[in-house]
Design a protein. Structure first.
Length: 247
């Protein structure tokens, strides 16, 4: 089973029209591997701007959305609004949503179901904290997070699973290729047992956490690493190197 390599950028709450415009120009002019699916997560207020400027060979993602279509939910955005901006992806369950904004597994599950039902692709994020890794419960944590997502997915072709150990996010402490491969492999085994063999072999499991131009090649060569979710480095021209990691 060949899985199309997937590289997501997560701009988080960074940039302005000037700097993001410059980044977009760099991306539009770059030579990128046509066999890689690239999706950039833009701040909600810049979704329209990013979609209007970024070449359409690159996808755009929102970084969050709410679990219902509309209503009195001040500050939230819906999948319908995201799609109205020509954007077809959303990042859900990012560790910053979980740990800075207190989003529960249950809420992330509900958001996943609603986003998929409304035609968005979902980059669903999971990952253990440092104390959980040190306590030897990495598997237990990521399996539990994956289960809540899985319980809310009917069509796995629209889902990319992002394994992002929290201790590696924004810390410069990338998981070693062996550590990433080990968890990705276990996640695929979990999928085989709890979803189906077909989904286990087709779903893309991407790694996130301090991925750089320097670390992407070895990480990307691991059997079960099907791409990356990139934060800091996705704001730099280095992102192009990461997109082309497999070349
Ligand atoms: P980082 O962020 O690459 O800056 O560690 C990754 C992420 O949060 O998706």
């Amino acid at each position: 089973m060949t899985r199309k390599f997937f590289v997501g950028g997560n701009w988080k709450m960074n940039g302005d029209k000037k700097s993001l415009g410059d980044l977009i120009n760099t991306m539009n002019g770059a030579k990128v591997d046509p066999n890689v699916e690239v999706v950039c997560g833009a701040p909600a207020i810049y979704l329209d701007f990013a979609r209007s400027k970024l070449d359409h060979k690159f996808g755009i993602a929102a970084q969050n959305c709410y679990k219902v279509a509309k209503g009195a939910f001040t500050g939230e955005i819906s999948p319908a609004m995201i799609k109205d901006c020509g954007v077809h992806w959303v990042i859900l369950g990012h560790s910053e949503r979980r740990h800075v904004f207190g989003e529960s597994d249950e809420l992330i599950g509900q958001k996943t179901a609603h986003a998929l039902e409304n035609g968005l692709g979902v980059i669903a994020c999971i990952g253990e904290k440092l104390d959980e890794r040190e306590g030897g419960i990495t598997e237990k944590v990521v399996f539990a997070q994956t289960k809540v997502i899985a319980d809310n997915v009917k069509d796995w072709s629209k889902v990319v699973l992002a394994y992002e150990p929290v201790w590696a996010i924004g810390t410069g402490k990338t998981a070693s290729p062996q550590q990433a491969q080990e968890v990705h492999h276990k996640l695929r085994e979990w999928m085989k047992k709890n979803v189906s063999e077909a989904v286990a072999s087709s779903v893309r499991i991407i790694y996130g956490g301090s991925v750089t131009g320097g670390t992407c090649k070895e990480l990307g060569s691991q059997a079960d690493v099907d791409g990356f979710l990139v934060g800091g480095a996705s704001l730099k021209p280095e992102f192009i190197e990461i997109i082309n990691a497999k070349q």
